[in-house]
Design a protein around this ligand. Structure first.
Ligand code: ATP
Length: 442
């Protein structure tokens, strides 16, 4: 299967089954903006819930935060975004298309798609000029320079400016972290690859505040934990790798940086960044706000600006990753079966309840079981069509278990439970059904 075909199939499956729709589609769509449908919203929510569970609920040393998207504009001067959050932009005078000058090798010439921009005889690229990626808007009724505010291009700054609030209102002492999930906006020059690079997206970021000198050690720990988390949501280890930023690649704030990359059909690409940000951020906010942000360490009787280890993943990008990782086509009895083999913990629907036939009292029993299971996890009831077709529909939605009520259920209370991946079936008593499923979806 050609790689582009796989992405096309995935995009079409996502639309057909209600994972992802193009934004404002009835008006022709809005470039690189996407909406999540009934299955997609569950999938992405499960990814975020798993992250929140691992980062906040399962630990004693991380607190959660939900900061606003709009922030004081000085924030973005202090962070370096006003001056430096730019990408080099080139225009083609012939076809009027725009490209990122540092990503020409990833782009296609609109006139000759087999070539990169600049390689076709009629291409006329301008010199690169720097383009700021922040979206601007105005606060209040007057559209003047003094009223400019930005849609945040990352969630991290909301954490830094609240670092003392969290410290003062919780029982935390350094080392500790603050985690946040929220929207971020970047006016990307060349968005694309479905929900991989969009202009509006969600980030799952955690900033860990440590004593200077212990940062290298914490950085290594966080690298290990974050890779383990990606394994825990079912991503294939062989399709994940580390990319270390070389000296020329390091962002202005970073002392060290590693990306976790995934092997997408369009190549290896970043899904999460882990950065040692030193004391850059708190140092700059201290300077720009005039507020002391030092930490007093009672144990050592020292005052210092904490160093920060950051883990930053895109919720949409990880959602695309689990979709790509789960997509499988198989030949079964002369037909192609499409399966989304999600890790059960992130599957949008955990179980389907299906009466084998729509008579003989089976729908009544199945409905009762469905209403009972529904109190505990996401379930789907389906009594229309041949049972094989109903199984296929659930395979495409990535539902790990199909529970079928048949003639024997009425006699002895057992159902068949079909496993999505192996397609094997076992009989489970209806009283044990929820425990059986719960054990397998954790
Ligand atoms: P890239 O090099 O892909 O532009 P980046 O290095 O600018 O990414 P960071 O600023 O480190 O990315 O952001 C952290 C994470 O946020 C990324 O690993 C990615 O998962 C997500 N992310 C960043 N930009 C986008 C985007 N335009 N669309 C979707 N997710 C994004």
């Amino acid at each position: 299967m050609a790689d582009t075909t796989l992405m096309e199939k995935l995009v079409s499956l996502c639309k057909r089954r209600g994972f992802v729709f193009q934004s404002s589609e009835i008006y022709g769509g809005l470039g690189s903006v996407w909406d999540y449908g009934p299955l997609g919203v569950e999938l992405k929510k499960n990814v975020k819930d798993r992250w929140w569970r691992a980062m906040v609920h399962a630990r004693d040393d991380i607190e959660g935060l939900d900061a606003a998207i709009l922030m004081h504009p000085r924030t973005w001067e202090a962070s370096g975004h006003v001056a430096g959050f730019t990408d080099p932009l080139v225009d083609c005078k012939t076809c009027k298309a725009r490209f990122r000058a540092d990503k020409l090798q990833d782009a296609q010439c609109p006139q000759k798609p087999s070539k990169h921009p600049g390689e076709h005889s009629t291409c006329a690229l301008t010199e690169p000029r720097m383009f700021n990626l922040m979206f601007k808007t105005f606060m209040g009724p007057v559209e003047e320079q003094a009223a400019v505010v930005y849609l945040r291009p990352e969630t991290a700054q909301g954490i830094y400016v609240n670092y003392q609030n969290v410290l003062n209102s919780s029982r935390q002492r350094i080392p500790f972290g603050i985690a946040q999930i929220g929207k971020a906006f970047r006016n990307e020059i060349t968005p694309g690859n479905f929900i991989f690079r969009t202009r509006e997206f969600e980030q799952m970021e955690m900033q860990f505040f440590v004593k200077p000198g212990s940062d290298d050690e914490w950085f290594e720990r966080w690298r290990e934990w974050r890779m383990a988390w990606h394994h825990s949501i079912g991503l294939t280890p062989a399709r994940l790798r580390w990319h270390q930023h070389g000296p020329g690649e390091l962002a202005h704030y970073a002392k060290a940086a590693f990306d976790i990359e995934y092997e997408f059909p369009f190549g290896w690409n970043e899904i999460e960044g882990i950065h040692n940000r030193s004391d850059f951020d708190l140092g700059r906010h201290q300077e720009y706000s005039g507020k002391k942000l030092e930490y007093f360490d009672q144990a050592s009787n020292e005052r210092y600006l904490p160093f920060i280890v950051e883990t930053s993943a895109g919720a949409d990008r990880v959602t695309l990753t689990v979709l790509v990782n789960a997509y499988r086509e198989e030949e079964v009895e002369g037909e192609t079966r499409v399966v989304l083999s999600f890790h059960p913990s992130i599957a949008p629907i955990k179980a389907a309840v299906l009466p084998l036939v729509k008579k003989d009292g089976m729908p009544e029993v199945a409905e009762r079981i469905y209403h009972d299971l529904k109190q505990q996890f996401t379930c789907f009831y389906d009594d229309s069509g041949a049972i094989g077709r109903r199984y296929r529909r659930m395979d495409e939605a990535g539902t790990p278990f199909c529970c079928t009520v048949d003639g024997d259920t009425l006699k002895d209370g057992t159902l068949t439970v079909r496993d999505r991946d192996a397609m094997s079936q076992v009989r489970v008593h209806q009283d044990q059904l929820s425990a059986y499923i719960r054990e397998r979806i954790a």
